[in-house]
Each structure stands twice: as C-alpha cells, then as structure tokens.
Ligand binder design. Structure first.
Ligand SMILES: C[S@@+](CC[C@H](N)C(=O)[O-])C[C@H]1O[C@@H](n2cnc3c(N)ncnc32)[C@H](O)[C@@H]1O
Length: 311
C-alpha cells in the first residue's frame, strides 16, 4: 500500500514521484563535484537547479548537513548514506551498460529514466540507440532543459513518453524498438513506485520483448519494517522543522510497501533469465562507501542490484 498513490496518477518533475528523480540527480551532482568521485554526471547539477524543487537541492547542501549533524547525527548519517548509495548505484549500472555494449548489444532501454543523463554522458559505441521511458512531463523537462544549454545526446535517443502502467510495449515498438535485437534494459529507482503486481507485469512485458542474449539490470525495492519506517518519518519531520526546512513530500508515502513483492532474481530465474544479485550493502563496502545507519543491520532494508541474461 501507498498512502499518496492511485493506479493512474500523473506528475511532473516537481511533484509526487517525479520529484524523486530530482532527489537522485542531486545526489549525483554532489558526487560528481566531490574528490575521488565514483561517477561523473556533468548534467545533474543543471537538471536539479532548474527543477523548482528546492528542497532536494537544499538537503544535499554541505552546510545543512553540518547543521543536521548537531541536531540529529543519525539522520545526518542517513543523508550521507543516501549520497553514497546513489553514487554506488550509478557506478554499478554504468558498469553494467559498459559490459552490455562490450558484449555487442546496441539497443538500450532505460525504464523510468527520470533525470538519468546516460544517453548524453556515456561513451556509447556507434550504432547504439537509447530508448528512455518515463511520464511525458518528466521527459519533456529533461529534454528542454538540456537542449536549452546545447547539451545533445551522444547517440540517437528516443523518448517514449508514457506511463509504465499503460501499454508501453506498443509505444516502444512504435518509437523504433526492435524486439528481435538483443536489448540491455535498466530499471533503476523504479520498482518501489510500482505495486507488487505491477512489478510482475513489468517483468513479463520486458521478457516478452527480450531476444536471446538480452540483459536486464534492476534495483530491487527495499523493505523496511512498518514501525521503523514510521519512526524514521517522524524523526525526519522533526529535524526538518528544527533546521527550518520545508518538507514537501515524504518519499515513503509514494512507495508501495508491498510485503508479497516477488524477489527479482528468483522471478527472473524462473522466467527464462539467468540472474545474479549483488547486495547494495556489499557493493557499498567494496567501494568504501558504507556509512553506519540506524537500520544498518537489517539487510532487507537495503536494495539488491540484480543483473540477468536472457537464455
Ligand atoms: C527515483 S526516480 C529514478 C529516475 C532514474 N531512473 C534515476 O535513477 O535517476 C523515479 C522515476 O520513476 C519514474 N516513474 C515511476 N513510476 C513510473 C511509471 N509508472 N511510469 C513511468 N515512469 C515512472 C518517475 O517519473 C521518476 O522519473
């Protein structure tokens, strides 16, 4: 269940689920500017600055994080964790795409692409086409903002402006997607915004469109215990008030906390894919980016990065 969602809700970049794209882009902007950055997303800052959702920008501001440290050090740790997590996640899926194109795949589909700028910033081989699917206003915001700053995609990019709960396969094929060619799919920052049955349906649709040799990478929806989630939300609200931050949306209210959600790697392994899962906490430790956070001992509270190849 999610308290703010409906089966056909829509949004733009500044509202509801659209604004979460700004949150993760803000984390990429901070990482890009930090010493020893794991990733480089030179367009993230620009995309965040023009999105009109100041709260995310503010939350990723060093001075504010310092202020947070004095008010509630555990909540400050959560912010450090979030920045590190986004850096590690982006790094992982950048490497996934590099391996996919090394293996000869030239068709890429980024689901719920939000402010993902991979079509603009990654070094794709000639002949690659990148399809991006997201709600119309989200894609329009990214395109117009980047175009206004003369930023152009490095390969052909086809925007498929449609909700992933609608008939997106028809729209994707209409945009030129070839189901007979192997594809590299990505579902990053998406599954938690779909109900459990919507997640199954999405993977069924992807599977039907995936020629042998196709690959998929997905970030799983983490599962926080109800009580813990409630407690953290209350603390966030209190801290926001204390440091004078206007909290426009509580991301937890946008997420479907469905307990019966299928485990992604198991689902894929049962439906014609060979899947492996890397726990994000292990990947964060491997890259020296782990920060101790209140739920740090609860593996289920953190996502897995799943990759799979279609047999
Ligand atoms: C947290 S952001 C992640 C964006 C991007 N994948 C990234 O990692 O930067 C979530 C994105 O999912 C998109 N999204 C969520 N549910 C969707 C749906 N049903 N149809 C289309 N897009 C959806 C939102 O519009 C938003 O851009």
């Amino acid at each position: 269940m999610s308290s703010l969602r409906t089966h056909d809700d829509t949004w733009d970049i500044a509202t509801s689920v659209g604004s979460t794209a700004v949150m993760v882009a803000a984390a990429r902007a901070v990482e890009t500017d930090s010493p020893e950055a794991l990733i480089s997303d030179p367009y993230a800052k620009l995309l965040v600055a023009n999105a009109g959702t100041g709260v995310w920008e503010t939350l990723l501001n060093e001075a504010l994080i310092d202020k947070l440290e004095s008010v509630d050090p555990e909540i400050a740790a959560v912010y450090h964790h979030m920045r590190n997590y986004q850096a590690v996640r982006t790094h992982f899926f950048d490497a996934y795409f590099a391996a996919a194109v090394d293996a000869g795949i030239r068709q890429v589909v980024i689901l719920a692409s939000g402010l993902d700028s991979r079509a603009y910033r990654l070094d794709w081989p000639a002949g690659t086409t990148v399809y991006e699917i997201d709600q119309p206003k989200v894609l329009a915001y990214k395109e117009t903002t980047l175009a206004a700053h003369d930023v152009t995609p490095s390969v052909p990019r086809r925007a498929v402006a449609i909700d992933l709960r609608q008939d997106w396969p028809t729209a994707l094929i209409g945009a030129g997607f070839d189901p007979a060619a192997p594809t590299a799919w990505l579902a990053e920052g998406l599954l938690m915004y779909l109900p459990a049955d919507g997640q199954d349906r999405l993977f069924e649709q992807i599977t039907a469109l995936s020629a042998p040799g196709s690959r998929i990478a997905a970030e799983t929806a983490a599962n926080h215990a109800d009580e813990r989630r409630q407690e953290m939300s209350e603390r966030f609200k209190k801290v926001a008030e204390q440091i004078g931050l206007e909290q426009t949306v509580d991301v937890q209210d946008l997420i479907y906390h469905d307990e019966n959600r299928a485990a992604v790697s198991e689902w894929l392994n049962g439906h014609g894919w060979r899947a492996t899962a890397q726990h994000s906490t292990d990947e964060m430790r491997r890259l020296n980016r782990w920060v101790n956070v209140p739920m740090g001992d609860d593996a289920q509270a953190f996502a897995e990065f799943v990759t799979a190849v279609r047999s």
